[in-house]
Design a protein around this ligand. Structure first.
Ligand code: HEM
Length: 406
């Protein structure tokens, strides 16, 4: 079974963030033998249904819990979406739902596959001493979609990695504002601009490593959730946890803390509907990430500070940061167009015609997701509104310039 192929791997000596625990995790968590995972679709259902109730009490360390969350998320997404959008399940069996709920509660994460699972906790270096790049990275657990799945999660991880210098400089900016250190703030903002540019450059690799028709036709459904999704209008019952169904959004990089941090730092204010969606996405982050965003938002305003100082360098550094963030969001919109809007249009055209294999793949894509992101948002309107609100963060003179240009 493609879905769980990577379950079958055990990695005795690895340097990935969560991998050292994979083997002991298998033992502590009494996971069924990986062999079963390679059998037929029907067997996945029956095995997951008949799997023994997994005890979570032996999972102690944060890494073990994160790995358990990732594994249970992958199983859950497979169980839920294996038959496509038409034969969705209404209930997650208790042997999956109960440990999933317990692990989720302990981590403060929702019981669904999140960005923190699929990207942040799902990698290892093949050579522990080697570089942090595409050649030396591999996934711990995968979903259907072959190399494109690896490409999608790994490129997103590289975007996260490119943001590390920006995150590291945020405390410098905050302290500088508090202590009135104009030059230190300007320098830190220059580093943040560069880091955001590096994120955009890393995002460009999506076109190299991910095939749009595979992303759209095969992978995307496995990232979808059961909130605002017409395929599962009632949500999902987590058997043994709660009688009423629960609703959760699917995995999305809107759940990454990065842009939330930049928005708060630079004073980007979102319009009510987008803001509600983005704020809700914070509940899909590890609590510490959510707290970091909160902490940044409660600091004295950087923008006010910049406006009060008479420093051309500081002014420029601030404007550059907003410009780079705007470029990143513009580039992201292009990526979304290539990976969702264009294949969706082709799928509509091809659905009733005889097709080649690529056409067949995208025309089988779930129709419920044509207009929506896996996080459940109405895609382009949302992304363009968020992008446009970013422009409002410019200091007045640049904003006037931008308005003249558009
Ligand atoms: C093929 C690649 C990608 C596609 C198709 C894609 C698609 C989407 C979609 C549809 C949304 C709307 C929210 C939702 O419902 O999920 C979204 C939001 C978002 N995505 Fe992506 N995304 C991709 C890659 C990335 C990467 C690598 C990042 C960077 C970590 C990223 C960051 C974001 C952010 C931050 C948002 C929230 C909107 C914003 O703050 O501008 N995306 N994405």
């Amino acid at each position: 079974m493609r879905l769980f192929r990577h379950f079958a791997q055990s990695h005795p000596q690895c340097s990935g963030a969560y991998l050292p625990t994979l083997r002991s995790f298998h033992m502590k968590f009494s996971l069924p033998s990986p062999g079963f995972l390679l059998r037929s679709r029907y067997l996945v259902f029956s095995h997951l249904k008949n799997m023994p109730l997994l005890g979570t009490q032996h999972l102690q360390k944060h890494r073990e819990l994160r790995l358990a969350h990732l594994a249970l998320s992958v199983m859950t997404m497979g169980y839920t979406w294996q038959e496509g959008e038409n034969n969705t399940v209404e209930m997650l069996p208790h042997n999956l739902a109960v440990p999933y709920w317990e692990v989720s509660q302990r981590l403060g994460l929702p019981p669904i596959l999140t960005h923190a699972d699929a990207v942040l906790a799902n990698w290892r270096k093949k050579n522990p001493e080697g570089p942090f790049d595409m050649e030396n990275l591999e996934l711990l657990l995968s979903l259907p979609g072959g190399d494109s799945v690896r490409g999608f999660f790994m490129v997103t991880l590289l975007v996260e990695l490119a943001a590390v210098p920006a995150l590291r400089n945020i405390p410098t900016v905050i302290n500088g504002v508090r202590c009135g250190e104009t030059e230190a703030v300007a320098r830190a903002l220059e580093d943040i601009s560069q880091s955001i540019q590096d994120m955009t450059d890393a995002l460009k690799l999506m076109h190299v490593y991910v095939e749009p028709s595979v992303f759209y036709g095969i992978m995307r459904i496995y990232l979808s959730g059961w909130k605002d999704n017409p395929s599962m209008p009632n949500g999902l019952v987590y058997e043994g946890v709660q009688i009423e169904p629960m609703e959760y959004s699917g995995g999305s990089a809107a759940q990454s803390s990065l842009l939330h941090c930049f928005d708060e730092l630079l004073g980007v204010k979102h319009e009510a509907k987008s803001s509600a969606f983005l704020t809700r996405m914070r509940d899909y982050m590890p609590p510490e990430h959510k707290q970091l965003i909160q902490d940044i938002s409660s600091q004295p305003s950087l923008k006010n500070f910049v406006q009060q100082q008479d420093s051309e360098r500081l002014n420029q550094a601030f404007q550059h940061c907003v410009t780079k963030l705007l470029h990143l969001r513009n580039y992201h919109i292009n990526v979304v167009s290539r990976f969702i809007t264009v294949p969706a249009a082709r799928a509509r055209q091809l659905r009733d015609r005889s097709q080649d294999s690529e056409g067949e793949m995208i025309s089988r894509a779930p129709t419920a997701l044509e207009e929506r992101g896996t996080g459940g948002s109405g895609i382009m309107t949302f992304l363009k509104t968020v992008r446009d609100q970013t422009k409002d963060a410019f200091l007045p003179e640049r904003r006037t310039e931008m308005n003249h240009q558009s």
